[in-house]
Ligand binder design. Sequence first.
Ligand SMILES: *Cc1c(COP(=O)(O)O)cnc(C)c1O
Length: 240
Amino acid sequence: MSTIQQNLQDVRQRIASAAQACDRAPEKVMLLAVSKTKPVAALKEAIAAGQRAFGENYVQEGVDKIHHFQESDISPALEWHFIGPLQSNKSRLVAENFDWCHTVDRLKIAARLNEQRPADIAPLQVLIQVNISDEQSKSGVALNEIAPLAAAIQKMPHLTLRGLMAIPAPENDYQRQLAVFGNMTQAFKALQQDYPQIDTLSMGMTDDMAAAIAAGSTLVRIGTAIFGARDYGAPQTAQH
Ligand SMILES: *Cc1c(COP(=O)(O)O)cnc(C)c1O
């Protein structure tokens, strides 16, 4: 078994243990494999081990990988999630190629994605990114901005609002991780009151997945624990 396949097994086991520890069903926590900066050969290993959902941060790199795998006709189909910061001049590529976008954090981006999503494919599944703890970050809406943005997205025919996403400031202490994720879960439950179809709370990465799952995450975004450390010296395009 390859390292990536072994890592995937370990991550699935960590997700299951974290879920069981708080009486949650492990299958209620989806694993998104974050493959940014990794070559298609690494994704192929994960696919061989049954992984189907991949997260990418850089638009062009992600689109290159999507096109690469479109030719190989994998079944069941791969699912592509855009999880990076999104500038308006790149929104069309996301709207035309990805299945999900986790980082909608302003009306202008939502409106562009809606307008640019081709009408003959499924609506783009979107999450509102919330800035829950990282005051240094410009990404994400404040808690009190979720409701108006959700109401606007709800009216857009080519977008389906699925929930919320957060990238908290790095924090080593489990209890403090839990407290921040708990605030997200509260916001998520409040939103579900208004939009019962909402089912996705995207939070938890390699270093905080256990706390995220304990707090109620339904989707963890895991890169390093599956693919190893990232080399940002490498060009950010898919290497075939
Ligand atoms: C890179 C990235 C991840 C994965 O982080 P790891 O710590 O490598 O698991 C998850 N979410 C987002 C938004 C990222 O940019």
